[in-house]
Design a binder for this molecule. Structure first.
Ligand code: 48H
Length: 258
């Protein structure tokens, strides 16, 4: 049969808009498709919690693709190995409690598992604001990233969600908006973003897990965003903390829903 360009176009438009319509109301909306957001999406979806993820860029994976300084290998400590096993990521022992994995395989394997578990991922969409009703975050304001890049004056649209995870990494973009709109109301010692600190891998990895929590009613931070919000150090290209943080935030929300 001869291929028809209009059928191809119609198929894409119809299927995409059905996906987008299905994502307008969700249990959990994740902002940022780096390691922590993808892992959170995997565990939430696996537990039958309707979860959508918005990623600004064309590609998901955040800072994981480039390993350290574009050497595409990542280091993972022993504590995170069960996660790699569950996600079918190949890893090798380096020494002591250090393991390494191919950064590309990591992104691809985690993403594939998350999508198969039911996570709906929307790339090329940026979150630019939050919806708050009765002192609780209840949705996100989204727009095409291309609109943002081109600085076009185009109004955004809104999605509704019971919980939001800010996994936007160093920039803590969702929390930043919240702090701007509602000064002093963040659940941190200063009531605002404490700011990411210097490099100290050991301390940073431990604190990432502690800092993964709810910072405003319905809004959670995970991954590097958790450390930036709570004023903890950075850790460089070791990814166990990012992966475990994604699992912890999923468990916190699953616990709330029980
Ligand atoms: C939609 C957005 C928006 C927005 C940003 O940076 P990430 O990889 O995040 P984490 O926390 O899962 O992992 C951090 C890790 O990659 C890292 O940088 C480490 C370990 N650094 C240590 C160090 O010392 O430097 O991913 C965040 C994602 C990115 O893909 C962004 O494009 C996306 O969030 N994003 N998506 N709307 N407003 N802002």
């Amino acid at each position: 049969m001869e291929l028809n360009e209009i059928t191809i176009t119609t198929a894409i438009i119809e299927k995409y808009f059905n996906k987008l319509k299905g994502a307008l109301v969700s249990d959990v909306a994740i902002v940022g498709g780096g390691p922590s957001g993808l892992i959170a999406g995997y565990y939430l979806s696996k537990n039958n919690i309707k979860t959508v993820l918005f990623e600004r860029k064309l590609s998901i994976g955040g800072g994981m693709w480039g390993g350290g300084m574009q050497f595409n290998e990542i280091v993972i400590q022993e504590e995170a190995l069960p996660l790699l096993q569950e996600l079918d990521v190949t890893y090798t022992h380096y020494n002591d409690t250090y393991y390494t994995a191919d950064a590309i395989e990591c992104v691809c394997a985690i993403t594939a598992k998350a999508i198969k578990a039911g996570l709906q991922i929307f790339n090329c969409i940026s979150v630019e604001d939050v919806m708050i009703h009765n002192d609780r975050i209840c949705g996100l304001v989204i727009n095409w990233s291309a609109v943002d890049i081109a600085k076009l004056h185009v109004d955004p649209l809104t999605v509704k969600s019971n919980y939001v995870i800010d996994s936007t990494g160093h920039d803590t973009e969702v929390v930043k908006v919240l702090v701007k709109k509602l000064p002093g109301q963040l659940n941190t010692p200063s009531g605002t973003i404490e700011g990411e600190k210097y490099m100290w891998a050991d301390k940073a990895e431990k604190l990432t897990l502690e800092n993964t929590k709810e910072v405003y009613h319905g809004l959670y931070v995970a991954g590097m965003a958790a450390n930036a919000v709570f004023g903890a150090p950075r850790m460089g290209p070791i990814f166990g903390g990012m992966l475990l943080s994604g699992k912890i935030v999923a468990e916190l929300i699953i616990g709330k829903k029980r």
